[in-house]
Ligand binder design. Structure first.
Ligand code: MG
Ligand code: MG
Length: 269
């Protein structure tokens, strides 16, 4: 089988199990959304999320993944992804990307949302809006017979049309039994290129979009990925199953967005 991409095809029942895990990720991110405020440390948010996941009989799958030390990736402002929770305190006007993964009954859910603290600049809110919209447009491409390049192109062209940078170094992925499975799901590419979508494939789509130049650097901790020019960056992620009926979004932002509406420290995007 060497050289052949091992794309997993899931049954309807298996997709239901992945959905349960993905929905738990959304509930965990909502718990973060209820607690986020100026002055709270990213380590405290990580602790809250970890306890929430364990209370729901699941495991935080990021913790220990290739040695990652925490349950959440929390990436503030110029940090694109993989920020390690620390004593850094959230401030008014920050944007805070929170990425979470759970393992529930052997199935992985993986989703991310970028929160905007009150006092945030209007231009930052627009970056978040466009990044989230690009994810939703990409999801519409997840139809049997279309190709990954169609989805990649859609995300890239929409974000670039809006004047933003599309990070190339990291991408989406298959998701299921493991956090990262085949295939890779880039946020840039050509229409009509790449693997054809088949019924039963489950992928995580996760645009990482920058206000300035798309170049990134990795900090010496081996994880933290930030923009080279220190411009701010947004990240949204959903898990999607390819079905006969079209794309089925397994994760959900509904609870997160309810939490945002009820938290006066946050701005709705
Ligand atoms: Mg993720
Ligand atoms: Mg992911």
């Amino acid at each position: 089988m060497f050289g052949i991409k091992m794309i997993q095809i899931r049954t309807i029942q298996e997709i239901e199990e992945i959905k349960k895990s993905a929905l738990l990720v959304g509930e965990t991110l909502a718990e973060v959304g209820r607690n986020i405020k100026p002055g709270i440390s990213t380590a405290m948010l990580d602790k809250i999320a970890e306890e929430f996941i364990l209370d729901n009989n699941a495991t935080p799958i990021f913790k220990g993944y290739n040695g990652f030390p925490s349950s959440l990736c929390i990436s503030v402002n110029e940090v694109v992804v993989h920020g390690i929770p620390s004593q850094r305190e959230i401030k008014e006007g920050d944007i805070v990307s929170v990425d979470c993964g759970t393992l529930l009954k052997g199935w992985v859910g993986d989703s991310a949302y970028t929160f905007a603290l009150s006092g945030v600049k209007e231009e930052a809110v627009n970056l978040l809006k466009v990044t989230k919209e690009s994810l939703l447009l990409g999801i519409e491409e997840c139809k049997i017979g279309k190709r990954i390049g169609d989805l990649s192109y859609t995300i890239q062209s929409y974000c670039e049309l809006n004047g933003y940078g599309v990070v190339r170094e990291l991408c989406g992925h298959g998701v299921g039994r493991k956090l990262h499975e085949e295939p890779e799901v880039p946020n840039f590419g050509k229409q009509g290129s790449g693997l054809k979508f088949k019924e039963g494939m489950v992928i995580a789509i996760e645009p990482m979009i920058t206000m300035g130049n798309r170049a990134v650097v990795f900090e010496r901790d081996g994880w933290t990925c930030r923009t080279k020019d220190f411009s701010i960056s947004a990240h949204f992620e959903h898990d999607i199953a390819i079905t006969q009926q079209g794309p089925l979004v397994l994760s959900s932002f509904d609870s997160i967005e309810r939490a945002i509406e009820n938290n006066t420290n946050l701005v709705k995007i």
